[in-house]
Structure formats: C-alpha cells, structure tokens
Design a protein around this ligand. Structure first.
Ligand SMILES: [Zn+2]
Length: 403
C-alpha cells in the first residue's frame, strides 16, 4: 500500500525523489561504520538512495569532509515528535489551549526537521495517531524529517480484557502501525508501579507476535519489567528501577533495553514553568524526576555491565528536547561511563537491529540506505563532537551541508 503510494508520487513528481544522475563520492577524515569499526581517510560512494561502495576509490570527491567524522544516521528508538510548546510558551497537552490540529501538525513538522538536522535520520514514535500522516508526508519527500516508525495510539487501559487488547493489536496492524506500544507501569512521576496483569501482557505481546509486530513496553518497576519480559515483549523502555536480576532477565530473553539517564529528565527540569500544573507535572512529579536522574544513572552503569544485554539509544524526547537528542548519548558517555564507540553503535547498528531494519539502515555498508552524518572532530575520542553536525544525508538526499 505505502509502496504503491510512493510509486505513484514518483511518476507524478519525479523531482521530489533525489534521483542523482551520477554517484556522489564522499571523503572524510575518518568513518565510524556503526558496527564498532573506525576507518581513517574513508571514501563512501552513494548511488541514488543507497550506499554503493565503502573504501578506496580513485574518483575525486564530490564532498570532501575535512576534519570530520562520517557516521551512520542516528536512530532514536523513542521520540515524541507531536509534543511541542505552544505560542503561550506552554506544553500543548492535547486540548485546552485552542491550538488547531493544523497548528499542532506544523509544530510537529518543525520538530521532525530539527531532529533530522541534528543527525537523527530514523525515529520510533510511541503513542501518536498523527504519526500516520507524518510518516507518509516525510516518505513522500513533501516535508523534511527522519524516517518515522510509529505505534499509533498506545495500549494503556488496565480495565480492558485480554481479548479486547488482542483486538486492539489487530486493529493497530490494520491501521498501519509499525510497532505496538504498551504501558505496563505508571509514569515515573507517579511511582512507576505495575499497572497491567501478566494475563493482559501475555495477550498483547503474543497477539503482536502473531500479526508480525514488535512490542515496546513502558516499564519502570522490577515487577512491570519482569512481567513484560515473561510475556515475550520485545523492547523495554525506561526501567529506572531495574535491578541486576531484572537486567539479566532481559539479557537472557534477548530483549532490547532502552533506558534514559539524562535528556528527558533534564529537559523537564529546565522547562519546568512550561509544564508545571498540567496533569502529573506537579511538585511531587518534578521531585520524582529529579530523584530519578541518579537512580537511572546508577542502573545504566549496571546495565552496561550485564553480559549480553542489548542497550539501545532512545531519548523519550518531548517538547523542548527535539534536535538535542544526542545530549542523551553525551550523558551516557560522560556520566554513565559508556565508551563513545559503544554509544554510537547503540544509536546505529544495534538500534537498527531492534527495529528489524539492520539490512536497511544503521551501518555504513554497501547496499544500505545512504543515511550519512558528518560531525566536526572525532566522536570516538570526544563524544561532544556529535553536537557539531556539519552534513546530513538521508536516503541519498542532502538536508544539511555546512562545510
Ligand atoms: Zn515516551
């Protein structure tokens, strides 16, 4: 269906696709391939939307990225592009501020553009039906943004029967969801305790598996993570209170773990006045987030030491954080003790594997999508180089070039 729509668009508007007549040759001082390898003086040849070759090439460079490091476009496994601050400088919480759906969508498009320019070429968005159209408009090339994968609306209501939850999973599949998002615990602002039963989680994650969809679960407490893993769910979000046994359980089951230790909390604290007074953004909620930073950072250090645990990069970016996604990677290295190269791998090839797109994105290798980002300096020595994005290409099309 989507392929059909895109094919029709290409026939009508060939200029919107980045059909380069001849290959683009990119030289960079160094390249991090996304799979843990670093090459000095790298050459990458891009033909159309894909990477044609990597390595020595006699052709003169179309783009000579001196002083820069080429990395794969980053993958953020958890970003909320529809969250924004309205013109009154307040968080747009869905209703009550009189913003129209069109105005909200324009802000969403702005967030998508800011995210792409910051070097993030793919995001996974849990929880917004608006993503359906956002994904399509970006795919059509009508607006600039990262590739979007979406859960559409999440499954959250604990009063639903397991059978009705199964029905919602099938409905999401029909509606075009890429993944199923589940809330198995309360928000960190409300303590993070288990909210769904084992039976309910079993129903959702087994039905999703049957229809070929991955599952990502919001879970903070030990009980909520355990129940989700035992239900066969694929990806755990947040996990602030995960202990060593729970981290090991995730590793043993091959579950992807997407913790946050910095950006999401710090962004709320920095923008407190813009959120304060809305829902659980109250005094107790902000106190809980302040307290969560050291707890999550300590938990993250244990996660890194857990053999075989697949820790991926997801920011949970909300209003105020879009375009600053790499700050979470900077924190993971500077405060969480992750090595820069592992941090980059978590946000590239490992993230792609979690999305089951490892054969399309997340590495600089022949045949993959030409999602390429160049940063000033060497992020394997100084992770803050990720803040200095000079060049962004997605699917062979250049969106940023500040050489
Ligand atoms: Zn979230």
């Amino acid at each position: 269906m989507r392929a059909h729509v895109i094919a029709a668009a290409v026939a009508l508007f060939p200029h919107i696709m980045s059909a380069q007549a001849k290959p683009i040759v990119i030289h960079a001082d160094r390249m991090v391939d996304g799979r843990g390898h670093v090459t000095q003086n790298a050459t990458v040849v891009v033909d159309g939307t894909k990477i044609k070759s990597v390595g020595a090439n006699g052709a003169p460079a179309t783009y000579d990225l001196k002083g820069m490091t080429l990395i794969p476009g980053l993958i953020d496994a958890h970003s909320h592009l529809t969250w924004y601050f309205n013109r009154q400088g307040r968080y747009h919480a869905g209703r009550g501020d009189n913003d129209t759906p069109v105005q909200s969508m324009l802000s969403t498009a702005g967030n998508a553009y800011a995210t792409l320019l910051s070097g993030v070429t793919t995001i996974q968005s849990p929880g917004s039906p608006e993503d359906h159209d956002l994904r399509e408009w970006i795919d059509l090339g009508q607006i600039p943004g990262p590739r979007v994968l979406t859960s559409l609306s999440p499954i959250q209501n604990a009063r639903l029967t397991p059978d009705s939850m199964r029905a919602i999973v099938r409905q999401r599949k029909e509606q075009g969801a890429d993944v199923i998002k589940i809330f198995a615990s309360a928000s960190i602002r409300d303590g993070g305790a288990l909210t769904l039963s084992q039976e309910q989680l079993n129903a959702i994650c087994s039905e999703a598996k049957t229809v070929g969809l991955r599952t990502m679960v919001h879970a903070h407490s030990v009980e909520s993570i355990k129940a989700s893993v035992l239900a066969g769910c694929n990806q755990i979000e947040h996990g602030v209170f995960a202990d060593d046994a729970t981290l090991k359980l995730m590793a043993d089951h091959g579950v992807y773990f997407d913790p946050q230790i910095c950006l999401v909390f710090q962004n709320y604290l920095d923008n407190r006045a813009k959120y304060e007074g809305i829902g659980n953004y109250n005094e107790a909620g902000f106190a809980a987030m302040e307290k969560a930073i050291p707890t999550a950072t300590e938990m993250f250090k244990h996660a890194l030491k857990t053999p075989g645990l697949k820790v991926i990069f997801g920011t949970d970016a909300v209003a105020g954080a879009h375009g600053r996604n790499v700050e979470e990677l900077v924190c993971r290295v500077q405060k969480g003790g992750q090595s820069p190269i592992d941090a980059i791998t978590s946000a590239t090839s490992l993230g792609a594997e979690a999305l089951r797109m490892g054969d399309q994105i997340g590495s600089i290798a022949p045949g993959l999508q030409a999602d390429l980002v160049a940063v000033q300096g060497d992020p394997t020595k100084d992770i803050t180089a990720l803040r200095r994005v000079m060049f962004v290409m997605k699917g062979g099309k250049i969106y940023r070039n500040e050489r």
